[in-house]
Design a protein around this ligand. Structure first.
Ligand SMILES: Nc1nc2c(ncn2[C@@H]2O[C@H](COP(=O)(O)OP(=O)(O)O)[C@@H](O)[C@H]2O)c(=O)[nH]1
Ligand SMILES: [Mg+2]
Length: 280
């Protein structure tokens, strides 16, 4: 039995130290175990190190691998929003992080559940009883994660235990339907996506996954600022879906938002790039 064509996106920013073994691991695993067309696209933006050089080197060994590179500081969310524009290339589209926290077999398992028709969007979870954490996140990070979960649950009633696990896959129709609702450039992008999926009437299935937390997280090293940014972004998603948003914008919410994101040194809400460099 063959498997559906699959596009895997890996957003990467200054990952020259971490990304090489991850690309090789995914390249080898999907070449040897995936019985269908597979493409892996790394989405870079404005890296100040040699991530692009590393990707170009590994690409020579794996024809399934390519990259997009955007000079603008569009954030992880912006990079994924751009990457998801390639949705027409495959039946299933997903993403994982560049640090190898999710092993290829865990991502493959999500695609199997999706292909079996269990849902329209399948997401890995580190907070279900059967989740396997080879190395959990640091305690403070787990604590902020649960506070964030509480806020998200109060605002959206998603009933998803782990919105933030960066191991997700969905059907092409889902991406095509929700893409125009995606606008969060920071790590609250996942909430933006899950809310859009729910509002569009698609089914999301949360499944236990494997996770090995890696050193070098940019979030853990800026935890307070990153958490505040993500909190503001989920409030922003809530406002966008409220009847008051039009009023708030007329009262000057736009410039205020831009000012806050600038102060937090966070990528500002994403409205798309006019011209893109397409190496995929
Ligand atoms: N393209 C792009 N990727 C980013 C950006 N910020 C973070 N990432 C990627 O997002 C993923 C998660 O980052 P990481 O620091 O490991 O966060 P954590 O795993 O949540 O602690 C990694 O693949 C990063 O390279 C960004 O500004 N642009
Ligand atoms: Mg990480």
């Amino acid at each position: 039995m063959t498997e559906p064509s699959l596009l895997l996106l890996i957003p990467a920013y200054n990952e020259e130290q971490r990304i090489e073994p991850v690309l090789r691991e995914f390249g080898v695993y999907f070449r040897d175990h995936y019985r269908g067309p597979f493409q892996l696209v790394v989405v870079l933006n404005g890296c100040r190190d040699n991530t692009r050089g590393v990707v170009e080197r590994v690409m020579k060994e794996f024809p399934s691998l390519s990259f997009l590179d955007f000079p603008a500081p569009i954030g992880k969310g912006g990079a994924l929003i751009e990457g998801l524009k390639l949705a027409s290339h495959a039946e299933l589209i997903g993403y994982v992080d560049a640090d190898g926290a999710s092993p290829p077999r865990a991502f493959h398992e999500l695609t199997r559940r999706l292909a079996a028709g269990e849902a329209d969007c399948v997401i890995g979870s580190r907070w279900l009883p059967d989740s396997v954490l080879h190395q959990a996140q640091p305690l403070l990070r787990r604590f902020t994660s649960r506070c964030f979960h509480l806020v998200v649950e109060l605002l959206f009633w998603l009933h998803v235990k782990d919105t933030q696990c960066p191991c997700k896959v969905m059907k092409r129709a889902v991406v095509e339907k929700v893409h125009e609702s995606l606008c969060i450039a920071d790590l609250a992008f996942d909430v933006n996506l899950l809310v859009a999926v729910k509002r569009a009437g698609f089914r999301t299935l949360e499944v236990p996954t494997e996770w090995t937390d890696k050193l070098g997280s940019k979030v853990s090293s800026t935890l307070f600022r990153s958490s505040l940014t993500m909190f503001l972004s989920v409030v922003r998603v809530r406002l966008i879906h409220s009847p008051f948003y039009g009023w708030l914008r007329r009262l000057g919410l736009g410039p205020l938002e831009a000012w806050i994101y600038r102060k937090l040194r966070a990528p500002k809400p994403y409205s798309g790039l006019r011209s893109t460099e397409d190496d995929a």
